[in-house]
Design a protein around this ligand. Structure first.
Ligand SMILES: Nc1ncnc2c1ncn2[C@@H]1O[C@H](COP(=O)(O)OP(=O)(O)OP(=O)(O)O)[C@@H](O)[C@H]1O
Ligand SMILES: N[C@@H](CCO)C(=O)O
Length: 306
């Protein structure tokens, strides 16, 4: 029986100022998934991890993403999917996106690459809709394309992969769960013009900073005056962590996706490791359980390993 194994990477959505439009794929952590054809049509999902996620295809984001691919394939086909998740759901590290993206990339491989990457993002976005309540592509797009992507539009889909310099990313994940659906509900539905002006200045600056390897500009543009002031209230030690890491030489950072993970962008691995110590020290002092990662940009996206 034909079978394929893929590694689906974690992603940082928003990249501080680019709510729903910017995202970055990471080398670590990543989920491991195996997909095989089955004799009868339909989808079977088995989780081998500890997270007790639903295995019914219509409740699991990977099942929903696969179903939309199968509808467009329009021939009888069935899949057995096994997921071993290392990216904790509700972490802000694109756990749901890794499952949606990994499933459709694996299916496309088994079916002989009949769909484009853009098609796969479209299918995977349907999975994101059941996790977060709305369709957004800022996690699934970098997960599938690798690197950093800008989603200029989702209807119609217009994905722009960006050239980025090598960067070292430090993440701290306080061990609390924040569901995307909840952290979207607390957001204001309107923004003030002065905030919008500042935000789109930052988005333009961040994109140009990436394209021109301008680390100072990247640092200055990692600022969010719209979403972060509201969501950061849910994250213990947020302001202190961000400020202390910047003082230690980090370029900047903020909330990863919808939180609670905090990420910092660094020019060197040495600074990334220094920042990890600062994050750990703060959480140990204030008594918050946490997990850290020091990683870098994954330039390939979902990887087929066998
Ligand atoms: N295969 C799956 N992997 C992860 N979460 C899933 C999966 N299937 C369903 N879910 C549901 O999706 C929700 C987790 O997605 P959510 O977007 O809240 O977290 P996240 O992906 O870690 O965060 P973010 O998108 O901010 O990075 C949970 O309610 C979980 O039950
Ligand atoms: N852009 C999304 C990413 C989380 O899935 C948000 O911030 O709600």
């Amino acid at each position: 029986m034909k079978e394929i194994k893929v590694l689906a990477p974690a992603t940082i959505a928003n990249l501080v100022c680019g709510f729903d439009i910017l995202g970055m794929a990471l080398k670590e952590p990543y989920d491991e998934m195996t997909l095989a054809f089955k004799d009868e049509p339909g989808i079977t999902i088995v989780h081998t991890d500890e997270f007790e996620l639903p295995e019914e295809p219509e409740q699991n984001v990977s099942g929903v993403a696969l179903q939309s691919l199968m509808e467009e394939y329009n021939k009888p086909v069935g899949f057995n999917l096994t997921i071993h998740k290392n990216i904790k759901p509700g972490s802000g590290l694109g756990s749901s996106a890794a499952s949606s993206a990994g499933a459709v990339v694996a299916a496309n491989h088994l079916l002989g690459y009949i769909f484009s990457k853009e098609d796969l993002v479209r299918f995977a976005m349907n999975g994101e809709k059941i996790a977060g309540g709305v369709k957004h592509a800022d996690n699934v797009s970098p997960c599938i394309y690798g690197g950093v992507t800008l989603i200029r539009s989702i209807f119609p889909l217009d994905i722009i992969p960006l050239n980025v310099p090598p960067l070292f990313i430090t993440i701290v994940h306080p061990q609390i769960e924040v569901r995307t659906s909840d952290s979207r509900q607390i957001l204001r539905k309107t923004v003030q013009l002065k905030d919008a002006i500042r935000q789109w200045g930052n988005i333009g600056g961040l994109v140009m900073g990436f394209m021109n390897n301008d680390f100072e500009l990247i640092g200055r543009s990692l600022e969010d005056v719209i979403i972060e002031p509201i969501r950061s209230i849910l994250i213990p030690g947020f302001d202190e962590i961000k400020e202390s890491c910047r003082e230690a030489g980090s370029l900047g950072g903020g909330i990863s996706g919808s939180g609670p993970s905090i990420f910092m962008v660094n020019k060197t691995e040495e600074t990334a490791l220094k920042v990890e110590k600062i994050m750990s020290g703060i959480y140990e002092r204030i008594g918050v359980d946490y997990k850290t990662y020091v990683t870098s940009i994954n330039t390939t996206g979902v990887k087929i390993v066998e």
